[in-house]
Design a protein around this ligand. Structure first.
Ligand SMILES: Nc1ncnc2c1ncn2[C@@H]1O[C@H](COP(=O)(O)OP(=O)(O)OP(=O)(O)O)[C@@H](O)[C@H]1O
Ligand SMILES: [Mg+2]
Length: 330
């Protein structure tokens, strides 16, 4: 038995071919994290324990800390199709449950002139209910990532979501009431609230049975992920880049600068350097300007790097790297 199969939740379940395609396949660059192991174990352990079942998860924390990839890894571990919904401020109920729309055959669509819809000689228009992605996952038992539900403004939408997330919950559609499939898992992913963002609705928060605080990973893990993804293996250089990302991230927060420095910046920065770009120059294009292009704010960030001695270290590392290149490429 492979490591993944240990956590399959319903080994006897038959997925359709379309569903099988939705089950995430771990890429060779995926690194199993402590969080992934912890969640997989606990969910599996409680799966058949009735009211103690763990099927609503919350991953809250830094941008780029790996929340989405963790949700996908859980899909792979549990053997459940992965789908997602990205929430937005003006979401209304039809975004949660789906919408009733007219059915128009392609034949008729061809014949239709722009204004034909109104004067179509009494021909009856058929309507059909098109369920949302949420309903599809809920009814069929998928793992659904619900991204940023904290931005939703409409209280009725939050209510619908809350009642759906009960372990024995249901969703009222115009056509029928659907029950929560026993395999349905909701993974809420959200950035930690900071000044200016709304916190996650308390009732929704109360519905989750396991929460992970997702921070920028440790320096070692940051470097491990970058090496895996980019193939760049210069540990000394990567160590300095990681330190710089951390200092920039902290400084941005401390000074209420809106942008982020995180794993995504790190990947592209390291990759640019691996491709021969100057570390100092690409620092601006891959990291700093992504945080801000405001001159005053940039000064603050540069100051912080200087105070930590990191700009000097970067220059040294670059000289060292050039030397090594000259040694290896005659
Ligand atoms: N366990 C892992 N192993 C290797 N790479 C990872 C891992 N987790 C995340 N990454 C990489 O880090 C980057 C950011 O990950 P991800 O998109 O999951 O972050 P996120 O927390 O969902 O970010 P956001 O808050 O912006 O949605 C991606 O390029 C992803 O491939
Ligand atoms: Mg994400």
């Amino acid at each position: 038995m492979t490591e993944n199969e240990n956590y399959h939740l319903s080994p006897e379940r038959q997925l359709t071919d379309a569903e099988k395609k939705l089950v995430w396949k771990k890429s060779p660059t995926h690194k199993v994290s402590e969080e992934e192991q912890r969640i997989s174990k606990e969910v599996k352990r409680n799966w058949h324990r009735g009211e103690m079942k763990i099927a609503n998860l919350l991953l809250e924390g830094d941008a780029g800390s790996g929340k989405t990839q963790l949700a996908k890894a859980l899909s792979a571990n549990f053997g459940l199709p992965y789908t997602k919904v990205t929430c937005f401020a003006d979401m209304d109920k039809s975004d949660i449950i789906g919408a009733i729309l007219p059915v128009i055959s392609s034949e008729r669509l061809e014949k239709m002139e722009p204004a034909a819809a109104e004067n179509n000689d009494g021909e009856a228009i058929e309507y059909r209910f098109y369920p949302s992605e949420i309903v599809r996952a809920y009814q069929n038992g998928y793992l659904l990532e619900i991204q940023e539900p904290n931005v939703i403004r409409d209280a009725a939408v939050l209510m619908a979501l809350n009642s759906a997330l009960e372990l024995d919950g249901s969703i009222n559609l115009p056509t029928e009431i659907i029950r929560r499939h026993p395999d349905f898992i909701a993974v809420i992913t959200t950035n930690r609230s900071y000044a200016g963002t709304r916190p996650l609705n308390e009732a929704l928060r109360d519905r989750v049975q396991h929460t992970e605080k997702m921070d920028l990973p440790t320096k070692e893990i940051m470097i491990e992920r970058v090496m895996a993804k980019t193939g760049f293996q210069d540990g000394m250089m990567l160590g300095i880049l990681a330190d710089m990302i951390v200092v920039l991230d902290r400084t941005a927060r401390a000074n209420a600068i809106k942008g982020v420095a995180g794993m995504r910046s790190f990947f592209y920065w390291a990759d640019a350097i691996a491709g021969g770009a100057s570390a100092k120059e690409s620092l601006y294009h891959k990291v700093i300007y992504k945080i801000t292009t405001d001159s005053e704010e940039i000064k603050l960030l540069e100051e912080a790097l200087k105070n930590h001695g990191l700009l000097a270290s970067l220059e040294e590392a670059e000289i060292e790297q050039k030397k090594n290149e000259n040694l290896t490429t005659p």
